[in-house]
Design a protein around this ligand. Structure first.
Ligand code: C5P
Length: 244
């Protein structure tokens, strides 16, 4: 290939997307979120009532599916058979379905094939779970971004919270946003649910037979548990510079 590949892997909520978008901007690369491809196929499986545990029908579905990633400044615009599903695929049902369909070996092989084609010219920051181990084992730069589960769960929760609040109806009397109706107890329950789902996804990702989530032997491990975002971005930039 003509240009390098930067591989970013790690568990859910570690901050991979933010890091990938930042590095892509910084070094003038395209940013490709491979998780969005698993999510898009999972959405199609949901919409057509497929069983997430049955690989053969899912493979058939994949063969008739066109998933397009359009790199943007922040993340990817995702098209499923030409339809923009960028927002829909971030919802909880799709998140959990993606984690389930992604255990199937043949389906992973199909995804890996597409992802290699997308990155074949290089000049990409590719983000996922198996980029450094399976998709581009020869990537010039490999970063494994990790963080303690509680920290990842908490970041995820706070990320999701403003979206659900902004979806609240506005008060038509005064045109102002209604106050946040979430009580402290509800908040604790919601946060626990997010953490539990995140741990379930991690467990499936780390324990599947085919290309389980783990750092490549030559990956640089960046543990962001007690780092600020600025520190993560700065350290990652240094890692990229020393490897390119
Ligand atoms: O990264 P994201 O959370 O969008 O990924 C959704 C799901 O897709 C993950 O939970 C994981 O199970 C799966 N995935 C994967 N391999 C990748 C990217 C994502 O198995 N390279």
């Amino acid at each position: 290939r003509q240009r390098p590949v930067i591989a970013i892997d790690g568990p859910a909520g570690a901050g991979k997307s933010t890091l990938a978008a930042h590095l892509a901007r910084r070094f003038g690369f395209l940013n490709l979120e491979t998780g969005a491809m698993y999510r898009a196929l999972a959405l199609k499986a949901i919409d057509n009532d497929y069983d997430f545990d049955e690989e053969a029908p899912l493979m058939d579905l994949a063969a008739h599916t066109r998933i397009t990633l359009e790199p943007q400044l922040e993340g990817n615009r995702v098209l499923l058979d030409g339809r923009d599903v960028s927002r829909r695929i971030r919802e909880t049902d799709v998140t959990n379905a993606a984690s389930k369909v992604s255990v199937h070996p043949q389906l992973r092989a199909w995804m890996v094939h597409q992802q290699r084609l997308l990155g074949q010219a290089g000049g990409v920051v590719m983000e996922g779970r198996d980029i450094g181990t399976a998709v581009f084992p020869d990537a010039e730069v490999k970063i494994f971004l990790d963080a303690a589960p509680e920290v990842r769960g908490n970041r995820r929760y706070r990320q999701a919270a403003p979206t659900s609040n902004s979806a609240e109806p506005t008060d038509s009397q005064n045109g102002r946003q209604s106050p946040d109706p979430v009580t402290a107890e509800q908040q604790r329950v919601n946060e626990e649910a997010v953490l539990r789902e995140l741990k379930d996804r991690d467990y499936r990702d780390r324990n599947r037979a085919e290309s389980p989530l783990r750092p490549a032997t030559d990956a640089v491990i960046l543990d962001s548990t007690s780092m600020t975002l600025a520190e993560v971005l700065q350290q990652a930039e240094e890692i990229v510079r020393t490897h390119l």
